[in-house]
Write a protein that binds this ligand. Structure first.
Ligand code: CDP
Length: 227
């Protein structure tokens, strides 16, 4: 790893609902960097595929969708807890891509090599400009291997499911803990066993187990690593 001070390219990976987005956002704000949540792209493709009633097992069709999709991420237009707007053409899909149907299907879509190729190219082009906190599963291992700082944020499945459960309730939506736990475990299984760019810490990543840490403790720890 090259050691820039503060690091210009920060890669933040880890399993579902481990707190990557919260950490990534606060970190990017504090450093004046771009926050790029790459999961949004995989979620958006999955949402379009579901809207179009595409057979998600049809790798060719889903890949074509990923190659053609025009996904736009813009500064937040509303104060409803969002960190950014996600737009597909004119349509605001910021919250649509967080629904249970997308959660249940996104890992299947994200396992396709062609989908990853299409989306990774875009991520890399933006990431290589620097001053960026990029969040995902394969940022430190594939997308931005030259990142100056790599963090792998982990926590037990139960703790992560609890955090996601609280998050959904806070949005005023119904949530079932058991269903969320099941989804988190299943997504991790698919994400970490896929052939292309599986979820795993980079060799030079700092691994943080956040089970017994709150968001601000994790933030302080990572900020310390940036200095
Ligand atoms: O926020 P949460 O941790 O639940 O998920 P996310 O970061 O929005 O990612 C959703 C899904 O997209 C993951 O479960 C992966 O299947 C996929 N993903 C990926 O394969 N590679 C990335 N760099 C980011 C997300």
């Amino acid at each position: 790893m090259t050691h820039q001070n503060p690091p210009s390219i920060i890669a933040l990976d880890g399993p579902a609902a481990s707190g990557k987005s919260t950490l990534g956002q606060t970190l990017a704000n504090a450093l004046g960097y771009l926050f790029f949540d790459t999961g949004v792209l995989y979620r958006a493709i999955t949402w379009i595929a579901l809207q179009q009633h595409l057979n998600l097992q049809d790798e060719t069709a889903v890949t074509k969708l990923a190659q053609d999709a025009q996904i736009d991420i813009r500064p937040p237009s509303q104060k409803d807890g969002r960190a950014y707007d996600v737009l597909l053409g004119e349509r605001d899909v910021t919250w649509d891509i967080r629904d249970g149907q997308v959660d249940a299907n996104v890992s299947v879509v994200a396992a396709y090599a062609g989908v990853r190729q299409a989306l990774t190219d875009q991520q890399r082009r933006i990431g290589m400009r620097g001053k960026v906190v990029m969040v995902g599963r394969d940022i430190g291992t594939v997308v931005l291997q030259e990142a100056d700082l790599k963090i792998y944020l982990d926590a037990s499945a139960e703790e992560r499911a609890k955090r996601r459960f609280d998050e959904i309730l806070a949005r005023g939506e119904p949530a079932q803990y058991k269903e969320i736990l099941h989804n988190v475990i299943e997504r991790d299984r698919i994400d970490s066993t896929r052939a292309v760019a599986p979820l795993r810490p980079a060799q030079d990543a700092v691994i943080i187990d956040s089970d017994k840490m709150n968001a601000s403790q994790v933030y302080e720890l990572v900020m310390g690593l940036c200095k």
